[in-house]
Design a protein around this ligand. Structure first.
Ligand SMILES: [Zn+2]
Length: 225
């Protein structure tokens, strides 16, 4: 199916795949729309040659309150974003279900809230989150490697830096109460200096395969019920 279909080209019983990103600081070296770039790339790659899938335009301004204070960050907050998800999924009643593909962990609370409402309405909604063992949290080795593999022109190589490398379990409290600015002056949680294109390519392959399998299994499950 073409990437910009007309309505008669939308397959019967299609499933909608939505890249969910953010527009927030990603250190001095990565663009503000990093999460959106990653989520969109994964959606397009994972659904190549998949019939019955419509890739929606990305949700690119979401809940980024923890990055407030850094110039460039734009956020609509958890409550508003939960409403956006609920209304988006309600508008897709022509589809078998909706799969949200996440590039931004800060949206978890909004997604949980929206999912509970939509489940109670018996609508089909699923969320895919990238699981990368050993990944650093924000704008560090992991995200920088992914961006080097997706579009190296967007990475400011001369600005690669180290941020706060304490484990998330130790940072969680300060992050929740005071935001990223209180724990990392440059906005990085991790170490971007060790990022490599090669590692980014390996991670992208793994994540794409994982997402592809997730979409297939959700679609099959929804088609049976
Ligand atoms: Zn990110």
């Amino acid at each position: 199916m073409p990437s910009s279909p007309t309505w008669p080209e939308v397959p019967h019983n299609a499933c909608v795949v939505v890249p969910v990103g953010s527009f927030e600081q990603h250190g001095p070296h990565l663009p503000l729309d990093t999460d959106t770039q990653i989520a969109t790339h994964l959606c397009v790659q994972a659904t190549t040659n998949m019939e019955n899938v419509v890739v929606a335009p990305p949700l690119s301004v979401t809940a980024s309150g923890e990055h407030a204070g850094f110039p460039g960050t734009i956020s609509i907050g958890t409550e508003a974003f939960a409403t956006v998800i609920v209304e988006l999924v309600r508008s897709c009643d022509w589809a078998t279900g909706v799969i949200l593909v996440h590039g931004h962990g800060g949206n978890l609370a909004a997604v949980q809230r929206a999912t509970a409402i939509l489940n109670s309405e018996r609508r089909n909604i699923a969320s895919w989150w990238p699981h990368i063992p050993g990944a650093d949290a924000h704008a560090g080795h992991t995200e920088t490697s992914l961006m080097l593999a997706i579009n190296p022109n967007l990475v400011r190589i001369d600005k690669l830096d180290v941020g706060n490398v304490q484990p998330m379990s130790e940072l969680q409290h300060d992050l929740h109460t005071q935001g990223v600015q209180a724990v990392s002056a440059n906005g990085i949680l991790g170490d971007a200096r060790s990022a490599t294109t090669q590692h980014g390519i390996e991670l992208l392959t793994e994540l794409t395969n994982n997402l592809h399998a997730f979409i297939l299994s959700a679609y099959q499950q929804w088609s049976r019920t």
